[in-house]
Design a protein around this ligand. Structure first.
Ligand SMILES: Cc1ncc(COP(=O)(O)O)c(C=O)c1O
Length: 400
């Protein structure tokens, strides 16, 4: 079997990479090791670039309509990887997962309606809802003994008190990497169905399951979930092709689906894009070995960070993820406020990590580290972090 090299450091400058070119805009400086926005620093599987090159050899790039093989690649992938069956009519192209959330918010809710999220959670869940004049209601996750769980009693209470029209679920949950179990998903579905809440389940991290865990699509959690669920998926995180923007949506319930899909179609929101469908099909049909090797590399990166922190920076603890390549780091033992944590990361360690409070006020004391990068990059980042923590600790002692 071909062995892929994830140790290779690839210079991404000059490629319009947000991770690099966005440093000044987001962090106010560019002398930082970029370990923030959730894409991988690894080369994509060569079959994807080969498929794109092949198509680009044809000189005409007109309007496109993907054939049956594109749709089948998504259906086969979900069945093969997750045991999740999708019928062709349940599937629809969307121009990005966040745009899929935005489209669902616009179609299923009205201005002033409440939409429920569970922070700390991926920032656009809030910005899309608020930016469209809807109200956020929160059911924060519970953090106990180093682990997060969903507050199902809280969910019942918020749904009863605030009567949201929609819940945006993160499954697996970014930034923590939790895959919700089937019982939890079924309970969410029962609570929401009874209250007439549509559940939009963002499953963009679902293919990135670690340590032998299985992804459980929300729509596989029983009849209630199928009645009210809108599932969003994509090959973008899975195969490191977010720049191609090739996402899809599944709605099982025909009553929920028919008007929604018609609205997407007449507005041409669901019109596939030539390059994205070619990349997606190549990835789903030929990228499995690359993905499996990439996930083993990410698992080893998690062990590497955990081991390094245990030995050298025991003040920082790692919340072990069940999925994806993002590590939620707990800095609270340093007794620094969030501003001081971020100053330490930026000014002393020269590292661009996501500020935990981007994901909600519940993220205070935390930062998110993207470990989808070669181990040598991670090793040097951890050394800088250790030095910064130790000098900050000394400063604190001196101040006291
Ligand atoms: C949970 C989640 N949803 C959506 C996205 C972005 O998806 P897209 O680029 O397809 O809008 C991300 C990217 O980090 C994410 O973590």
């Amino acid at each position: 079997m071909h062995s892929y090299n994830f140790d290779c450091v690839i210079d991404r400058s000059g490629t319009s990479a947000v991770k690099i070119d966005g440093l000044d805009r987001v962090f106010g400086r560019h002398d930082l090791t970029p370990l923030w926005i959730a894409d991988l620093d690894f080369a994509v599987c060569p079959q994807i670039t080969e498929a794109l090159f092949k198509r680009l050899q044809h000189p005409v790039l007109g309007y496109s309509e993907p054939g049956a093989s594109y749709w089948q690649s998504i259906i086969d992938w979900n069945l093969r990887r997750h045991g999740f069956g999708i019928a062709r009519e349940e599937l629809c192209f969307i121009p990005g997962v966040v745009k899929g959330i935005a489209l669902a918010v616009n179609f299923f809710t009205r201005e002033g309606d409440a939409v429920l999220i569970q922070p700390p959670v991926y920032t656009p869940f809030r910005t899309v809802v608020e930016g469209n004049g809807r109200r956020i209601v929160e059911n924060p996750l519970i953090f106990e003994d180093g682990n997060y769980r969903m507050d199902l009693d809280g969910l019942r209470k918020v749904v009863t008190e605030h009567k949201p029209k929609m819940m945006v679920l993160c499954n697996p949950h970014n930034p923590i990497g939790i895959q919700w179990d089937k019982e939890t998903l079924a309970e969410v579905a029962a609570i929401c169905r009874q209250a007439g809440v549509v559940v939009v389940s963002d499953e963009i991290h679902g293919d990135l399951m670690l340590h032998g865990r299985s992804h459980i699509p929300f729509l596989s959690a029983g009849e209630d979930a199928r009645a009210i669920g809108v599932m969003l998926g994509a090959p973008s995180k899975t195969f490191n092709i977010p720049g191609l923007v090739s996402s899809w949506m599944v709605v099982k319930n025909p009553e929920l689906r028919e008007r929604f899909y018609k609205w997407l179609e007449v507005n041409e929101f669901s019109a596939p894009v030539l390059i994205s469908t070619i990349g997606a099909e190549a990835a789903y049909n030929n990228g499995e070995a690359w993905l499996d090797q990439m996930l083993r590399y990410v698992e080893a990166n998690i062990d590497f960070v955990e081991d390094y922190c245990r030995r050298n920076i025991p003040e920082i603890s790692v919340v072990r993820p069940q999925a994806s390549f993002l590590l939620w780091l707990d800095f609270r033992r340093l007794n620094l406020c969030q501003r001081e944590i971020m100053e330490m990361l930026l000014d002393k360690a020269h590292l661009a990590l996501n500020d935990g409070t981007m994901f909600g006020s519940q993220g205070a004391g935390f930062a998110r580290l993207n470990i989808g990068t070669p181990r040598c990059v991670l090793a040097s980042a951890l050394e800088s972090l250790a030095a910064a923590v130790h000098s900050s600790a000394r400063c604190c002692c001196n101040n006291n």
